[in-house]
Design a protein around this ligand. Structure first.
Ligand code: MLT
Length: 254
């Protein structure tokens, strides 16, 4: 797995396939490995660049915010001399995608928003993120993993997702929980955005349900909404074929 150095920190990323660059951000609390079917067989016509956010996977930790994770992704494009890319991500990775588009709209060749939302957290959600952060700092990630896992994926992908989650450092997980609570609402950005946009959601996602994707679909004129049957929060793992087909169809016509 290649890496670059960002302000003295190692930042690791997967680089697979050939074609339009696609910067693909993972969700919480995973690593780039959570894209494993797509890394094994990249979407036709794309070069997938899937980093481990700071502190996750193999990447070294650093001060955590959604904007900082987005800036790291943009720095990766700089390092690889890539001017424009499709920005995409799942769930927290979608928050990072929207933040990256805000930081540098001129570099966005398209948006791929997977089981994510444009709406910021309300006070109750912010409070529960703080409670998660404190619990993880006190006791590690075991309870968080147990509580999230059934809602994330169908049974076949569960063991590998669980292993990915358990491998993440508690300090990073706590910091990312707080970072999500502080994220900026993305509705203004999406309503101004006029380029290609694919929104994908698992039909059975109870964590960030279809209604949140519908909001984004309504905001981005000309966007495509694909609902993946039988999939939960990580449709790229529950139904990789349907997920990949949806992305490939969109890339081919964008
Ligand atoms: C994720 O999968 O990245 C998280 O569930 C996102 C969130 O908690 O908002």
């Amino acid at each position: 797995m290649p890496s670059i150095e960002l302000a003295g920190r190692a930042y690791f990323y997967e680089d697979r396939g050939e074609g339009v660059p696609l910067l693909l951000f993972h969700g919480f609390p995973f690593s780039s490995e959570s894209w494993w079917p797509q890394l094994e067989a990249p979407f036709r016509g794309t070069r997938i660049l899937a980093p481990d956010h700071r502190g996750f996977g193999k990447s070294a930790p650093g001060p955590m915010s959604i904007e900082a994770m987005a800036a790291d992704g943009l720095a990766l494009l700089d390092a690889l001399k890539i001017e424009r890319a499709i920005f995409g991500g799942c769930s927290m990775g979608g928050y990072v995608t929207i933040a990256a588009a805000r930081l540098n709209p001129g570099r966005v060749a398209g948006l791929l928003l997977v089981d994510t939302q444009s709406t910021a957290d309300d006070e109750a959600k912010k409070q529960s993120r703080e409670e998660v952060a404190q619990q993880v700092e006190r006791e590690g990630t075991a309870k968080l993993v147990e509580s999230m896992l059934p809602g994330l994926v169908q049974p076949p992908a569960r063991a590998r997702v669980e292993a990915i989650m358990r491998a993440q450092a508690p300090q990073t997980v706590a910091a990312a929980s707080r970072a999500m609570a502080l994220r900026t609402d993305g509705k203004d950005l999406l309503s101004r955005y006029a380029g290609p946009c694919l929104i994908v959601v698992g039909e059975d996602d109870a964590m960030i349900p279809l209604a949140k994707s519908q909001v984004m679909h309504d905001l981005v004129s000309g966007s495509t909404l694909e609902v993946i049957p039988g999939a939960k929060h990580l449709p790229n793992l529950d139904a990789p074929q349907a997920f990949n087909d949806a992305v490939e169809r969109w890339v081919a016509r964008s």
